[in-house]
Design a protein around this ligand. Structure first.
Ligand code: F6P
Length: 552
């Protein structure tokens, strides 16, 4: 079979339509029945609800008990996963089959964290030797930078590392470098430039000493416009700062699958860290894309993170559905999205180091599952990815939590917290944890008008101070935010997103939805100063905006 044939929708193995399953009909009936909708009643009916609805997954304790899920709903959700062949889809992904049909690629990010002596075949070739060769290359290079052996062109050791990338080539390492700050070398400043807005480059380079700055150009394709423009400007900055002493090969390395473009940019191919087309951008933190993180935290901590990913992969592969935390999270999300009509998901880490975690998950979830056609090209039969948003607690409490508690839209939320801080001051961490627990309690159980009336003598104010409750949350707790726990958390969400995509019958590994805007931007950028601009080539609104720029 040729690659073309494999890509053709008609050749795709039929994926069950979830809405035609028996389980779907059962779930519709349960949703209409409404027995799930009173958390107070669910807790009263079962004193062991917390135990029954909590799952231990490696070092994470995931408490689903405050979701609007009865035992009957959970059983039907598990039946849905079975009818949709989730286990089989997962096995196909792990074994390197080309499940990304529109790009004719495997989605094998799980191979990036497997041990050296494992074997994973893609088209008959074992990819594990190459995976570990790259990890070895990263280790040697990061040690050279951290030890000062790697010198810039004037002989200075590196003290500033700047990752230039966007999307999956930025969000993962940027998020993880912040998350693991407590494990990072304080004398190496790792920064991230992603936006084509020159303000990003200008502000991130402010105060940097070119002689001791290393740029990591991270781009799978090495053609992404934002990254290439920022890399070109950074190279110019190096020339401006160091003059004749500037040697690009001592200050630039690349993370890419495109060796020709890397070499053309002036980067020594020996300093290109390779990855492969079967690593999706948003799934690439464990690949060479993690180099900036490895320089920050060192190879040992990076390995710990990989072992956390691996442990969660194993949990998913080995746990039956009723105790499989990421798959249960996926099913709860499907219940909220498809049966209770909740279209967003707030992710609220009670952890300042996880302040970019929600942004990271936005790409992971919304770029993976924000789709309207099924794998065979037919329209989806159910709503797909929720709109993922959020900010860390407790900041969010003083901004948008009003709506979470009393707004007319119910927003399910994932709360993530840790029992211990990496560096506590006074009893601040205790306060942080208490706030997370209290918010989940308030969202679930609210405060009735009768209760409010007991403490407020103004009857006109009572409705304003009443909380309806029954706002669903999942609370995930680990002891401490270590590299391994971060790996577990990320893998947890990767597998959750996978399971939802598998049940909806969509391809979670392509991202055609980003293409049209990129293509039109190329035309608009020419029109901004072209002498032959033809206003009729756009709609009236677009042309007016272009004219505005041209006449300024
Ligand atoms: O925005 C689309 C996208 O292709 C993402 O999927 C990807 O993570 C990002 O652009 C960056 O791509 P690259 O690593 O090729 O520069």
């Amino acid at each position: 079979m040729s690659a073309r044939d494999r890509c053709h929708p008609r050749m795709v193995t039929p994926i069950p339509d979830p809405t035609t399953t028996t389980a779907w009909r059962t779930l519709e009936a349960l949703a209409a029945g409404g027995e799930h909708s009173d958390l107070g009643a669910l807790f009263s009916a079962d004193p062991r609800r917390v135990d029954r609805f909590s799952v231990e997954a490696v070092d994470l304790r995931v408490d689903f008990s405050k979701q609007l899920v009865s035992p009957e709903v959970r059983a039907a959700l598990i039946a849905l996963a079975e009818e949709c062949g989730l286990a089989d889809r997962f096995a196909r992904a792990l074994s390197g089959q080309r499940i990304n049909t529109t790009e004719d690629r495997a989605a094998l990010h799980t191979a990036l964290r497997r041990p050296r002596d494992d074997s994973v075949l893609v088209d008959g070739t074992d990819v594990m030797p190459a995976v570990h060769a790259t990890l070895d290359h990263m280790k040697a290079f990061s040690e050279a930078v951290r030890s000062g052996i790697w010198e810039g062109s004037t002989g200075r050791a590196i003290s500033t590392v700047v990752n230039i990338g966007i999307g999956g080539s930025d969000l993962g390492p940027a998020m993880a470098t912040q998350a693991l700050w407590a494990f990072a070398r304080p004398d190496i400043d790792v920064r991230f430039i992603s936006n084509v807005d020159p303000a990003d480059l200008v502000t991130e380079l402010a105060g940097a000493d070119a002689a001791s700055t290393l740029f990591i150009v991270a781009s799978k394709t090495f053609s992404t416009i934002e990254t290439m423009m920022n890399a070109t400007s950074a190279r110019q900055w190096l020339f401006d700062e160091l003059g004749d002493a500037a040697d690009v090969s001592r200050h630039f390395v690349a993370l890419s699958t495109n060796a020709a473009a890397v070499t053309a940019f002036g980067i020594d191919p020996a300093n290109m860290f390779e990855f492969w087309d079967w690593v999706g951008g948003r799934y690439s933190l464990c690949s060479a894309i993690g180099l900036s993180l490895m320089i920050a935290i060192g190879d040992e901590n990076f390995s710990q993170m990989l072992s956390g990913f691996r442990a969660m992969d194993r949990h998913v592969a080995e746990s039956p559905l009723h105790s499989n935390a990421p798959f249960l999270a996926a099913l709860v999300g499907i219940w909220n999205r498809n049966f209770l009509g909740m279209s967003t998901l707030a992710v609220l880490p009670y952890s300042e180091p996880l302040r970019r975690f929600t942004a990271y998950l936005q790409q992971l979830d919304m770029e993976s599952n924000g789709k309207s056609v099924r794998i065979d090209g037919s329209p989806v039969t159910a709503e797909t990815a929720p709109i993922v948003w959020g900010e860390p607690g407790t900041n969010g409490q003083h901004a948008f939590f009003q709506l979470l508690h009393q707004g007319s839209t119910v927003v399910p939320a994932d709360l993530i917290g840790f029992l211990e801080a990496n560096d506590d001051r006074g009893d601040q961490h205790r306060q942080l944890f208490a706030n997370m627990v209290a918010q989940a309690e308030a969202l679930a159980f609210g405060r009735s008008a009768e209760e409010v009336a007991k403490t407020d003598s103004d009857p006109d104010r009572v409705p304003h101070r009443t909380f309806g409750g029954n706002r669903p949350t999942t609370t995930t707790v680990a002891t401490k935010l270590t590299p391994s726990v971060l790996g577990q958390l990320i893998a947890f969400y990767e597998h959750k997103v996978f399971a939802q995509g598998a049940i909806w019958g969509i391809n979670s590994f392509d991202q055609w939805g980003v293409e049209l805007g990129k293509e039109l931007a190329m035309a608009v950028v020419d029109d901004l100063d072209s002498e032959s601009f033809d206003a009729a080539s756009h709609d009236a609104s677009t042309s007016a905006l272009i004219e505005l720029y041209r006449t300024t």
